[in-house]
Design a binder for this molecule. Structure first.
Ligand SMILES: Cc1cc2nc3c(=O)[nH]c(=O)nc-3n(C[C@H](O)[C@H](O)[C@H](O)COP(=O)(O)OP(=O)(O)OC[C@H]3O[C@@H](n4cnc5c(N)ncnc54)[C@H](O)[C@@H]3O)c2cc1C
Length: 441
């Protein structure tokens, strides 16, 4: 611990990382009267929602019913705007079920408003550093910004950094990738504007279009092995969104590896945009309007929690009546793991949309550290289960659950491990999260 910190902040709840999970953790705790500091390393809210801007919000509608809670509140308010700023859709033949696409700027403005209304103390462009421990408790976290190094002290810390920087430094055991350590591919997403969208979606499907990539592969512009490329409608008129180009074997914990993968993917995007303008009439006058800053990273660390969610739990559509915090029926969404891993969307249900599993609260609670939780894609799960449970709507409710649990730990003066999962479930039910406890979805 230094002696000359720029600032020393003391708060009830510290949330680290302002992606979908962190935003909702902070908002929930602050709405329940806590002082909350939310630290974000970048200058944007949203995490992957901003790195891959335009990425549809998935996992919000298991069995075509809303998961409810803060996700529903958020989407409802975007859809209620005039003109609407979000739309729910079912992509035909999509393995994903319903998703939500939205106007990026308005969606982010809404998050800023929700933070402000809740009274969250947001600090952008501040990256967390050393984690100070006092036995089994986090005693403080250093963060660095343009002014220098500051210290943040809280009663409860919620790690929503996507990589679990806090939990890792606090010594919580974790896994990375599959049994061989292979992570999923990263993807550099992009948008094309001024597209003739009537012509760009020539089939019945007005939201999504696939096209053969043979010619591009043969020309050497994009790597071998890519058979089709697809794009979807984006929020603004004339825009389409590409959840492409994939960068395999990027180490999501190594900034240089992320940059190298992004540089390679950027070249593929330029080649693809050029090809589309020259060869596809719908794109004749189109231009690139938003390549992501870097590849979006799907998975890095997953932490050991009080419960470890497994592929088998998902396959048996396991419910946790006393601790399930959110319902999900997302596919196993494997995206190019390792050098030649396939992109697959294996269904977890035998009959489409017939059933769902639940994510229990204990996947967000470490075994030992008494005042730390984690939420989002770093939850306690095996590599396969995590491919399904990492959707943004699920991350939002995971965040909301940890925010609510932090309030209980503080009010009851207990460790987070002693917070009653049943009480968390009850609270989430009061907050409108659907299908929990004895209720079916
Ligand atoms: C290419 C790609 C496609 C995807 N497709 C979909 C899809 O179609 N639909 C869907 O629902 N989900 C999709 N996902 C999954 C989903 O986007 C993520 O699982 C989810 O957004 C993760 O949210 P999170 O809050 O856990 O973390 P993140 O969104 O990663 O947020 C973490 C935040 O923490 C900040 N941070 C990191 N380290 C620090 C630090 N040390 N100090 C301070 N701040 C820090 C980051 O800047 C970031 O803002 C996709 C993901 C990727 C990468």
């Amino acid at each position: 611990m230094k002696e000359n910190y720029v600032r020393i902040l003391e708060t009830d709840v510290a949330v680290l990382g302002a992606g979908t999970s962190g935003l909702c953790a902070a908002i929930e705790a602050a709405r329940e009267g806590m002082q909350v500091v939310l630290i974000e390393g970048s200058d944007r809210l949203g995490g992957i929602m901003s790195v891959c801007q335009g990425m549809p919000l998935g996992c919000g509608y298991p069995c075509q019913k809303s998961v409810g809670g803060i996700f529903k509140e958020y989407i409802d308010s975007l859809m209620a705007q005039d003109p609407p700023a979000a739309w729910i859709r079912l992509l035909p033949d999509s393995a994903y079920g319903w998703d939500v696409y939205y106007n990026q700027d308005i969606a982010m403005a809404k998050f800023y408003q929700m933070l402000e209304d809740a009274g969250v103390h947001l600090i952008l462009r501040a990256y967390t550093g050393e984690v100070m421990m006092d036995k089994d408790e986090v005693a403080g976290i250093e963060y660095h910004d343009v002014l220098g190094t500051s210290l943040l002290k809280a009663k409860v810390y919620i790690d929503c950094t996507g990589n679990g920087d806090i939990a890792a430094r606090a010594g919580v055991p974790y896994e990375v990738g599959d049994e061989q350590g292979h992570m999923m591919a990263g993807t550099l997403t992009f948008i094309m504007a001024n597209v003739d969208t009537d012509a760009a979606f020539p089939t019945q499907d007005k939201e999504c279009h696939n096209f053969q990539a043979d010619e591009l592969v043969e020309s050497g512009a994009i790597p071998e092995g890519i058979k089709t490329i697809y794009y979807t409608r984006n929020a603004n008129p004339g825009q389409v969104f590409f959840n492409w180009a994939m960068a395999r074997e990027v180490d999501g914990l190594d900034p240089e590896s992320i940059l190298q993968g992004s540089n390679k993917a950027r070249k593929y995007i330029l080649a693809l945009a050029d090809y589309l303008r020259k060869n596809v009439p719908a794109f004749k006058n189109a231009y690139l309007d938003g390549i992501g800053p870097l590849v979006g990273i799907r998975d890095t660390r997953r932490f050991e929690g009080m419960y470890y969610l497994t592929e088998q739990d998902l396959m048996s559509r396991k419910k946790f009546p006393g601790s399930g915090i959110v319902c999900c029926d997302n596919v196993f969404d494997e995206a190019g793991r390792g050098a030649d891993g396939a992109v697959t969307h294996d269904s977890i249900v035998t009959v489409k949309n017939s059933d769902y599993y639940q994510i229990p609260f204990e996947t967000l609670v470490p075994r030992k550290i008494r005042n730390l939780m984690f939420a989002g894609r770093i939850m306690s799960a095996d590599a396969r289960a995590m491919t399904s449970s990492r959707g943004m709507a699920s991350c939002m409710i995971m965040g909301q659950a940890t925010g609510a649990a932090s309030v209980m730990a503080i009010h009851n003066h207990t460790a987070v491990q002693e917070v009653s999962p049943a009480e968390v479930v009850k609270k989430l039910q009061q907050l409108g999260v659907a299908g929990l406890g004895d209720e079916a979805l």
